[in-house]
Design a protein around this ligand. Structure first.
Ligand SMILES: C[S@@+](CC[C@H](N)C(=O)[O-])C[C@H]1O[C@@H](n2cnc3c(N)ncnc32)[C@H](O)[C@@H]1O
Length: 284
């Protein structure tokens, strides 16, 4: 994702308001743009799927090589967008029993519903209809509530980045609870903290400093992060702890960080791709 000029966060709108409005109005532009670029999504998704084969809650040791996939895994996808490529891919996998696909944007979910109907109608087995396998939930991910240990995997591609960093920490903690022991979080996070961006800005490489960052001192998390005007036609809000602090946040929540790759995804945009495991011994 390229990094257009940013401005200080001054709006009374919450980051959720900004995301809902932006993706409701520009979901198609986002889809056209993102599908025109190479992406690491399925590479990392396939790594997690391999780790989950077969039901990895059963043992910590090596898995029998001949075990056929069984539809045991429930996946939560946060900020699913129009479902291309991840939700559609998950929906077609025999080992995936159920996908809870969450997005704050009704337009994104309408596009996902349409994509599921058109692409999967002939792909999913008759015994498992699309409606049964993929549940679409229009919600702010921060408002979600699930039973403890509900999911084998939680995925969040380019979505947690739209939350203020303290809310990112809250999401990581909640995801830990929603995963069953031995389950995995796959997500990407910003690879630059606002402190890094400020340093770059001061070197003259960015037109404006990103954010007022008094939030971590006075507890007002909404003051962190930055707002980009006219990104694919929309206003967008982003935040990041930066890679080192993000890994600490994951470990503080109880995760084992299995993969933490800094990847230049598109042009000059760099993300921290994380696969993190809830240990089998964890009680929550
Ligand atoms: C950059 S798009 C990524 C979409 C998709 N995951 C992908 O990889 O292309 C970010 C998505 O997160 C959603 N989103 C942003 N903030 C959210 C929130 N607080 N709760 C749920 N979804 C959110 C947006 O509506 C949008 O669909």
């Amino acid at each position: 994702m390229s990094t257009p000029p940013t401005r200080t966060l001054q709006s009374d709108e919450t980051p959720q308001d900004i995301a809902r409005k932006g993706y409701n109005a520009h979901a198609q532009e986002y889809l056209d743009w993102t599908t025109s670029k190479p992406s690491s999504r399925l590479t990392y998704l396939n790594k997690v799927l391999a780790l989950l084969q077969p039901d990895s809650s059963a043992t910590d040791g090596p898995h029998p090589p001949t075990s056929p996939p069984s539809p045991v895994h429930k996946v939560l996808e946060l900020g699913c967008g129009a479902g291309i490529p991840v939700t559609l891919h998950l929906a077609q996998l025999p080992q995936i029993a159920h996908v809870t696909a969450v997005d704050i944007s009704s337009t994104q979910l309408e596009m996902l519903r349409s994509n599921l109907v058109s692409i999967l109608a002939t792909e999913v087995s008759a015994a498992k209809t699309i409606a049964e396998k993929v549940e679409l939930v229009e919600a702010d991910m921060l408002e979600l509530a699930f039973e403890e240990a509900s999911f084998s995997a939680v995925t969040a591609f380019f979505s947690i980045i739209h939350l203020p960093r303290e809310d990112q920490r809250t999401m990581v903690q909640r995801i830990f609870g929603w995963l069953r022991p031995g389950g995995y979080l796959l997500a990407n996070f910003g690879a630059q903290s606002d402190d890094d961006k400020k340093a770059v800005a001061e070197q003259g490489n960015v037109s404006e400093v990103a954010a007022e960052r008094t939030g971590e001192q006075d507890g007002q998390a909404l003051k962190t992060g930055s707002v980009t005007k006219n990104w694919l036609g929309m206003t967008a809000y982003w935040d990041s702890f930066g890679p080192e602090r993000t890994k600490e946040v994951l470990r503080e929540a109880g995760f084992e960080v299995v993969v933490a790759d800094i990847v230049e995804e598109v042009e000059d945009a760099v993300f921290l791709w994380v696969i993190a495991r809830k240990p089998l011994a964890s009680s929550s």
